[in-house]
Design a protein around this ligand. Structure first.
Ligand SMILES: Nc1nc2c(ncn2[C@@H]2O[C@H](COP(=O)(O)OP(=O)(O)OP(=O)(O)O)[C@@H](O)[C@H]2O)c(=O)[nH]1
Ligand SMILES: [Mg+2]
Length: 418
């Protein structure tokens, strides 16, 4: 069992003190299965779900896994899911209503679902994060995704769903590969690896390569091609000789790729699994625990850094907005006759002739004023006006942030006016 998470987000109370026994307070790991169509994601989900249920019945202190199905197009899922995209979005209706094809339908369904991400996260956090009462929480949140990888990984909604999940839970990608299919030849293998890299870089989450269907063909050849550059070159040469076709440029490309990919392979965990027989599932969970630690050590600080940067950018934007608004208000106040251009009240209309005479006298008395003194007054008044407007604006902004902030800004206004 891995050590408890070393750091946690605000939404993650794993570090809070609680009466529950140590070890049960770890937040669950979210395992997101991604992979090409038919690679066996759903069957794999079913297998790991069954494995965790079995463990739980065997006396594990964790609650059963929490399961999410994000594939809107699947007819039936062979496991009980706690949250199912199909409960909130009808894929066929979406296709009909928006006049879309299958991929557009999946994309739009995901988009519609991602608008509810706050509710989904709310439920997940309520059900899965450790609480003060020490009630058992699941050790894993399992997520199944549609086979159209590009629709899930490259869409804005996929990004929202993944990053939201990763902001609350340590999140690991299980990239499921159809082993017999992908080791058919070197170019299929390389294409699959390139796809995995692009997902690794896009999601920036720890990844486990799950070579599935090992009951048909085991993962040893694939692992050899990854770990031993020469073995891959040998396989490539063999294919070249067998085909005797002029695929020269492809081979040299594959050759150079295999050299470049060494770095990438080092970042990955690799396991061979048969979702059919259950072989290798224990190894998979060992890899998940290792990746959970990696997430806490490397990915979470990076996520925090990105979040802080985004917050700072927002603050800077807000500051710019304030100064632009202050300028706007000055301009509009000039045209409305307030501010520096209206330091004196407009003269009242005389009601009687004697009033008019008295006003004339006043004007003569005050007619010649010291220009410097006049400027000083205007500058001071402008400054006071600016301060008061700034205070009012800040008060308005803070008002939306709660009563305590409003009290503080009310004080400030009093002080700046008094
Ligand atoms: N022999 C064998 N077949 C498997 C294994 N895992 C999955 N399959 C088969 O592969 C086919 C596809 O499996 P799914 O689990 O539906 O694959 P998927 O990736 O969820 O498919 P999409 O969601 O449509 O992308 C099915 O016929 C499964 O029975 C395995 O470990 N061994
Ligand atoms: Mg599936």
């Amino acid at each position: 069992m891995a050590a408890p998470a070393s750091s946690s987000t605000a939404a993650n109370p794993s570090t809070s003190t609680s009466a529950s026994p140590p070890g049960t307070q770890q937040p669950p790991v979210a395992v997101v299965t991604i992979g090409m169509a038919g690679s066996g994601k759903t069957t794999f989900m079913q297998r790991i779900n069954a494995h965790l249920h079995q463990k739980q019945q065997g006396g594990s202190t964790s609650a059963p896994p929490y399961v999410l199905n994000l594939d809107p197009a699947v007819r039936s899922v062979p496991f009980d899911s706690n949250i199912d995209i199909r409960d909130s979005v009808n894929y066929k209706e979406v296709m009909k209503q928006y006049n879309l094809g299958p991929n557009g339908g999946i994309l739009t369904s995901l988009n519609l679902f991602s608008t509810k991400i706050d509710q989904v996260l709310g439920i997940l956090e309520k059900r899965c994060l450790p609480k003060e009462d020490g009630k058992a929480v699941p050790s894993h949140v399992l997520v199944d995704t549609p086979g159209q990888i590009e629709v899930f990984v490259w869409s804005a909604s996929g990004n929202i769903l993944l990053s939201s999940l990763a902001s609350s839970f340590p999140t690991v990608i299980a990239y499921v590969i159809d082993t017999p299919r992908s080791t058919e030849n070197t170019s299929t293998f390389m294409s699959n690896m390139l796809y995995a890299i692009s997902i690794l870089y896009k999601t920036k989450l720890p990844m486990i390569l799950v070579f599935n269907k090992t009951d048909v063909k085991d993962e040893s050849e694939a692992v050899e091609w990854m770990r031993d550059f020469e073995a891959f070159q040998t396989a490539l040469k063999k294919e070249e000789e067998e085909e005797r076709e002029g695929s020269g440029y492809m081979n040299s490309l594959l050759n150079s790729m295999s050299l470049v990919l060494e770095e990438f392979y080092n970042a990955l965990s690799v396991v061979g699994v048969s979702s059919m027989t259950g072989e290798g599932v224990d190894k998979f969970f060992e890899a998940v625990e290792a990746k959970r630690e990696e997430f806490d050590k490397e990915y979470r600080p990076e996520l925090e850094k990105r979040r802080k940067e985004a917050e700072q950018q927002r603050a800077e934007l807000r500051a710019k907005d304030v100064s632009r608004m202050m300028k706007d208000m000055q301009v509009s106040s000039k045209s409305k006759g307030t501010g520096k251009y209206a330091t004196r009240p407009a003269p009242e209309e005389p009601e009687t002739v004697s009033d008019a005479e008295a006003m004339d006298e006043d004007e003569v008395e005050g007619g010649l004023e010291d220009p410097d003194e006049d400027d000083m007054d205007a500058a001071e008044e402008e400054e006071a006006w600016k301060q008061s407007m700034q205070a009012r604006y800040e008060a308005a902004v803070q008002e939306s942030q709660g009563p305590a902030a409003t009290l503080r800004s009310a004080d400030y206004i009093k002080r700046s006016q008094g």
